[in-house]
Design a binder for this molecule. Structure first.
Ligand code: ATP
Length: 875
């Protein structure tokens, strides 16, 4: 499609250039044709790594390259079979690494795909939600507050539409949009107020526009290269492990140098000693730890999707385990958001909606239908906000159909709903030519703005407030409806001029039952040392009633006195210091404006809390960004809130947050177990090789043994630890301090002492065999060290429970890895063809039994360690 100065065209000209229909949108066949012509509406992404590239990357580790070079030299000088064996082991190791990384990559691709942007499009006369990638030029797109503009658009309607274009122009103030043609051909992008650009976000209002460009043809596409240079995010744990790994590498290299030097002094062959030292370095430097963290997190994130939590930023999986406060919205998250109109108060009495009289209460019924953005699709289904649907449906049941009414009472202007004002107004021309504004919103706020009843009679304010308190106290969401007549359109059209001096039509009370599973989730949080906190735009009494039913507030009367409930209005009067002194006690924030959420997050964080915060609107974005874990709603959330969040709840459900926290804790536990296993194994190998010469023993293991144990037999059970199920009591312990070292709570000590024990058992085997004159002492040493590590992996599956309490079959992948590793180890001993490769000899039955007995020492010792832990209280 030719490049036009779209902003200079009128709406009709733009439509005719685009061959688009301003009401019905494009037809399905036309869309298909255009999609072929223009391609998907997506920015071309940075090239993903191909599987081959990913495999080759496994060899990028410096020490592996040194090892391969040394093996090659050794092969050229000495035996080629040794070199070949080393290469095979290194490749096997790379295959294990590759498979893991590939799975993680696939998991991440799935997450990206699920997080893809959606757009609201009219096609064939029907509005529908579609992936934004399917848009084509000429499509008719609907815009609402909170959306990210899905393509470049020529606006054809703009109702108080303001768009934040910082992503494109860097300008932080949102731009007011309109649909009239502009003159100047050279206007900068930021001034082309009748266009909306892909990637910018709608701050307020509503609009419709025709797609003028998609994908790389958009203004955003033109600068897409700039956006590709995103830094790879590293989690706190990865950062710490990288720093730690570097220090450890130096220490290991020093130990290897000593092993090499002492070996030479003892008269060992230099080339063999060199290969031994390098193999030990490869084995003991935990190069792969940060990568393992990524893989575990990615697989954890993959699992979480199945539980309706979509992770947008990988570090969130890790930090979830540290959450101490979950600040949650009420409507839809703690409750079902299945609104039902229960009570109506008008003309001085309370009634059920079915009792509303179409004649005497026509004004109220009309307001319910008209001050409403819910729309009916072709199939008689209502689309929109559940609160509004409840109202518009109740009006229709009494004969006030919105669509029919609009023909006689057209909407001429509006002040769209925003969570700050907590109300909305629509202005209609009445059949007699006058104008009427209908305002609908938070009951207490509208009561303050009402000066009389709608028919001009005096307003019994005390009675209305009493009814409001009664309905709210029953947990109902209460809204008020009011009207005001005008002879001409109020100027300026702002909340201050329009939403004041109102005539009250009535109050309505809507029932929104708490979610069944939220109660149990609240209890689980509390046992896990996490306090759930409700933050709502609703009335304090409604909020308290629901909070009490969920167990979030113990007893409302005492809770009130203890300062457990804080209203937005009170909060506004508090200084930051005052808020900080109260924030620890508050469990319910009511009638809060979205901006105040940011203050709450910051106050909690200053008190040392690790905060998860939910949000759905545009104005929630700053709080979501500031929170340690920002959580957006998948169903009702705006694009802007999702973009700012670390996690999206696909089912909008509070219980899902708690599940995610649990999964986060499990993943972190298992990463720790992996570290515990591999580092203890490494420590065992280092102790063995380092101490042997000082005890007057020959080098206990050949390079091939070290590599085999470390890269193959260690690898499989270690990875299978990631599948370890959550430990019992996982949600009965307090959250992990965010800054806590991964080696805290005894892990560092464990690695050292169990490693030393492993080394001692191995060296004892060696010394005993040598003294007894056993020929194949090296095979025995090799077997004992390998099997000791296998015993260790079984013992550390749980931090506290014994293996027998836990059951042997709880982690099937580990059982598989264990059996496979055992079989492989036996193969190196008993398969004749492998004997020359591994320099092993078959063990006799007695020798094998001795090896098994000796290698169970480590298992028994760690079980005793856990037994002692169990007798102490949990930490
Ligand atoms: P949460 O508990 O998740 O904060 P909420 O729906 O109470 O949800 P908002 O959406 O910010 O929070 O609404 C704030 C208040 O505005 C509501 O309590 C209600 O009184 C009023 N309100 C909500 N939706 C509408 C609407 N569509 N029209 C008019 N008023 C509304």
């Amino acid at each position: 499609m030719k490049k036009h100065h779209w902003h200079r065209l009128t709406v009709e000209e733009a439509a005719s250039h685009l061959q688009a229909d301003l009401e019905a949108g494009l037809s399905a066949t036309e869309v298909e044709r255009r999609l072929k012509q223009h391609g998907p509406n997506a920015l071309t992404e940075k090239k993903q790594r191909s599987p081959a590239q990913m495999f080759l990357d496994q060899f990028r580790d410096f020490m592996i390259l040194v090892l391969l070079a040394a093996a090659l030299i050794a092969g050229l000088i000495g035996e080629a079979s040794d070199t070949l064996a080393i290469v095979v082991i290194v490749v096997l190791n790379a295959v294990i690494g590759f498979v893991q990384e590939y799975r993680a990559e696939k998991a991440m691709a799935l997450l990206r795909q699920l997080a893809a942007q959606q757009a609201l499009v009219v096609r064939d006369g029907q509005a529908r939600q579609l992936p934004a990638a399917e848009l084509v030029p000429g499509d008719l797109v609907l815009l609402e507050a909170g959306q990210i503009v899905p393509a470049d658009l020529r606006l054809i309607e703009a109702a108080r539409l303001r768009v934040a274009e910082a992503a494109l122009t860097g300008e932080s103030v949102a731009v007011d949009k309109h649909s009239s043609a502009l003159e100047d051909a050279q206007l900068p992008l930021g001034d082309r107020a009748n266009l909306a650009f892909k990637g910018t976000s709608v701050s307020t209002g509503r609009g419709r526009g025709l797609v003028t460009a998609t994908g790389m043809a958009t203004e955003l596409g033109a600068i897409a290269d700039l956006l590709q240079r995103q830094q790879e995010v590293r989690t706190p744990l990865q950062k710490r492990l990288t720093v730690f790994g570097k220090k450890l590498a130096l220490a290991v290299l020093a130990v290897c140098a000593v092993v090499f030097a002492v070996g030479l002094l003892r008269g060992e062959e230099p080339l063999l000693m060199l290969l031994t030292a390098i193999s030990l370095a490869v084995a003991a430097i935990p190069e792969a730890l940060p990568a393992v963290v990524t893989i575990s997190l990615a697989l954890g994130a993959r699992k979480l999707v199945g539980q309706n939590a979509l992770i947008r930023k990988l570090p969130a999986v890790e930090t979830l385990g540290s959450v101490t406060r979950i600040c949650s919205d009420k409507t839809g998250t703690l409750t079902l958001n299945r609104m039902q109109l229960e009570q109506v108060y008008s003309a001085g009495r309370l009634s059920r909606p079915q009792q509303l009289d179409p004649v005497t209460q026509a004004d109220l019924l009309r307001a319910l239908a008209l001050s409403n953005d819910a729309r009916e699709d072709g199939a008689g289904q209502w689309l929109g906000d559940p609160t509004e649907i409840a109202l518009v449906a109740a009006a229709k049941a009494r004969g006030f159909d919105k669509t029919a009414l609009l023909a006689d009472w057209p909407r001429v202007a509006e002040l769209p709903f925003d969570a700050e004002r907590k109300c909305m107004t629509t202005i209609h021309r009445s059949p007699d030519g006058r104008l009427v504004s209908y305002t609908k919103g938070a009951s207490d706020l509208l009561l303050e703005r009402s000066v009389q009843l709608a028919d001009g009679a005096p307003l019994d304010r005390a009675r209305a407030e009493q009814v409001n308190a009664r309905l709210s106290g029953e947990g109902l969401r209460t809204l008020a409806l009011a009207l005001r007549w005008w002879t001409e359109l109020p100027e300026p059209l702002t909340a201050e001029t329009v939403e004041t001096g109102l005539g009250l039509l009535g109050l309505v009370g809507l029932l929104d039952p708490p979610r069944e599973e939220a109660r149990e989730a609240v209890r689980l949080c509390q046992s896990a040392g996490i306090e759930p906190i409700m933050i709502t735009g609703d009335h304090p009494l409604t909020a308290v009633s629901i909070a009490r039913r969920l167990g979030l507030l113990a007893a409302a009367e005492t809770a009130d006195r203890a300062g457990a409930v804080l209203s937005g209005r009170e909060l506004a009067t508090l200084t930051d210091e005052e808020l900080e002194s109260r924030v620890e006690r508050v469990r319910v924030y009511a009638r809060v404006a979205p901006q105040q959420k940011l203050r709450i997050v910051k106050a909690l964080q200053r008190q040392g809390q690790f905060v998860a915060m939910t949000g759905d609107g545009v104005n929630d974005a700053p709080a979501l960004k500031a929170a340690d874990i920002g959580i957006a709603m998948g169903i009702t959330g705006t694009d802007v809130s999702k973009e700012s969040a670390d996690m999206v709840l696909l089912d909008d459900n509070f219980a899902t947050i708690v599940k995610a926290v649990k999964e986060g804790r499990r993943v972190y536990d298992n990463i720790r177990k992996f570290i515990q296993y591999t580092m203890t194994s490494n420590s065992g190998e280092i102790w063995t090789l380092f101490l042997a010469p000082f005890l007057g023993l020959p080098i206990p293991l050949l390079p091939i043994h070290i590599l085999w144990i470390n890269l193959v037999t260690d690898g499989l059970p270690g990875l299978a630890l990631a599948a370890e199920p959550a430990e019992p009591g996982l949600m009965a312990r307090p959250p992990r301090p965010p800054g806590e070292s991964v080696f805290a709570r005894g892990l560092g000590g464990h690695i050292l002492w169990v490693g030393l024990l492993m080394g001692a058992v191995t060296l004892l085997t060696q010394a005993g065999c040598l003294r007894a004159g056993c020929d194949h002492w090296q095979t025995l040493v090799f077997t004992v060290l390998c099997l000791s590590q296998m015993g260790h992996v079984l013992a550390i599956r749980s931090q506290r429970q014994s293996l027998f309490q836990q059951g042997l079959l709880g982690n099937k992948p580990l059982v598989g890895a264990f059996v496979l590793t055992f079989v492989l180890q036996m193969a190196t001993i008993y398969v004749p063809a492998l004997n020359p490769v591994f320099k092993t000899e078959p063990l006799t039955a007695v020798e094998l039994a001795i090896a098994l007995a000796l290698s169970s020492v480590v298992f028994v010792a760690v079980e005793i360690e856990k037994f002692i832990k169990r007798r102490r209280p949990a930490i």
